[in-house]
Design a protein around this ligand. Structure first.
Ligand code: PHE
Length: 486
């Protein structure tokens, strides 16, 4: 560790020079553009929907605390690795791994498969959000608040496919326009707007007050206390582990790490960008939005549905929230529209990063140009999205998963890519970086051009010892081999 290159490290440095910048079709214009685009990828439905639901389920403040600690240790380590690998090799996952070590090319291929799978269903979820935007725009907030609305929509073959196709085409348009004129341009506008909207709704949530049918009055500030106060009751070792694992898998998903996306985005940054500062900014942005999303959603649900409303789980965003907007009366139509628009932006910049990674890898493998590659992939994924969207009607299945839940096509894709492949990829990547090529290989890239890497010791210890052990446990858990936590 430290700064002295080990022998294997020196050998590798001969193989992989720091790329000046390989000839690419384009890249980010500078640090802000990169940070916005990477934050655009990171901030998505994971922050707005998954994080608040986990926080509510896992005892509020306790989950928050564990999440933040893990985000700034594990999240930081994984994000640094991906981005530095991308910039140092100037390649996408498949070739980046082969450059690091030719024997590890398979890991690049496995990494590439994650976005390939995620892309089949991300536009479907995006389509759901667009459906709600349209409902609120058309003044159908009342309909959206009905229990049957969501179910009725996703089981309608025509409607659900149509909205998935719309979202797919918008995503394709951004990617088609390239890195600087597409991804960066849109992220620079959408991310600050999103942040403003979320702060506004979060403040509004705290001012809410409602008296229910039993005469009980609940306020937004009480809801905030529910969100922030650590709940140590019934805290057992098993439960602590469960929270730890929930927080861990949330960090993967939320930071878009270990799926080649940040390798691709890393390959687009110039050599003079300060990777270390950028990473801290991305982490703060991502955790900040997740935190604010909780502040926006949990008090609102608490005020209108009480503590029981918290357990809604996955249906929180699409079933419980529209009810909350409905109970707000006329202003609810406006807040609802704002919320789903914002969720739509967040999902768009994430979906763009997934498609971009696939396009970039294909361009590199097949030596094709951006526009035709994007067109072909758009056709492929439009068909795939329709098939996944039809997974709730025409192609309905009920498949039991190792974690005990029952999956339709979308859940299956999600489970394979997020719960199963990502811990596996992080486990092997940490062994490759920590033990085969050495952490210095990454540290040098971060420090390139005399930049500071304040946490390099933490990085080295994490990547060698702590990440592999934790990933191994996570992997066993998601494969259904370890089940002593439930
Ligand atoms: N990070 C995104 C979120 O938090 C999700 C995402 C997953 C984006 C995979 C891209 C790829 O919602």
């Amino acid at each position: 560790m430290g700064n002295n290159g080990s022998e294997s490290n020196i050998k590798h440095m001969k193989n992989v020079k720091h790329t000046k910048h390989r000839k690419k079709e384009g890249g980010f214009s500078g640090q802000i553009g990169f940070v916005m685009a990477a934050a655009g990828s990171a901030v998505g439905v994971g922050n707005l929907w998954r994080f608040p639901y986990l926080a509510a389920k896992d005892g509020g403040g306790l989950f928050l605390l564990i999440y933040l600690i893990l985000a700034f240790t594990f999240g930081f380590t994984l994000l640094t690795s991906d981005i530095a690998v991308g910039r140092r090799t100037g390649r996408n996952s498949i070739n980046a791994y082969s450059e690091m070590s030719p024997k590890w090319r398979f890991l690049g291929i496995v990494t590439f498969l994650v976005p390939v799978l995620i892309m089949t269903y991300y536009a479907v979820i995006g389509g759901w959000i667009v459906r709600y935007v349209v409902a609120f725009l058309a003044g159908q907030g009342n309909d959206a608040a009905l229990d049957t609305f969501f179910g009725g929509f996703i089981t309608s073959p025509i409607q659900s496919s149509m909205f998935a196709i719309i979202f797919m085409l918008i995503t394709a348009w951004v990617v088609f326009n390239g890195v600087e004129k597409g991804i960066e341009k849109y992220s620079r506008i959408l991310m600050p707007v999103l942040l403003l909207m979320i702060v506004a709704i979060a403040i509004f949530s705290l001012t809410l007050k409602n008296t229910d049918a039993n005469g009980v009055t609940r306020t937004g500030l009480q809801g905030l206390a529910v969100y922030l106060t650590p709940d140590f009751s019934h805290l057992t070792f098993g439960r602590l582990m469960q929270i730890l694992l929930d927080a861990m898998s949330q960090i993967f998903f939320s930071l878009s790490v270990s799926m080649g996306i940040m390798i691709t985005y890393g390959s687009y940054i110039k050599k003079d960008v300060d990777i270390n500062t950028s990473i801290h900014q991305i982490e703060i942005f991502d955790s900040g939005v997740a935190f604010l999303a909780g502040m926006m959603i949990i008090p609102a649900i608490f005020v209108f549905e009480g503590i029981e409303g918290m357990g809604a789980g996955p249906s929180l965003m699409f079933v419980s929230l529209p009810k909350v907007f409905h109970s707000m009366g006329i202003i609810g139509t406006f807040v609802g529209l704002l919320f789903f628009l914002m969720a739509g932006f967040a999902a768009l910049t994430s979906c763009v990063s997934v498609l971009e990674t696939i396009v970039a890898n294909c361009m590199e493998i097949f030596h094709t140009r951006r526009k035709p590659t994007t067109l072909v992939l758009t056709v492929v994924y439009t068909i795939a999205s329709v098939i996944v969207a039809l997974g709730y009607s025409t192609f309905y299945i009920e498949l039991p998963l190792p974690n005990g839940s029952t999956a339709q096509i979308l859940d299956l894709m999600d489970y394979i890519s997020n719960s199963f492949m990502m811990p596996f990829i992080s486990l092997l990547s940490s062994i490759l970086i920590g033990w085969v090529i050495g952490p210095d290989w990454i540290i040098e890239e971060v420090e390139y051009g005399g930049k500071k890497f304040g946490l390099k010791r933490l990085y080295a210890v994490m990547i060698r010892y702590i990440v592999p052990v934790m990933m191994f446990i996570l992997f066993l858990q998601s494969a259904g081999i370890l089940s002593w936590f439930e």
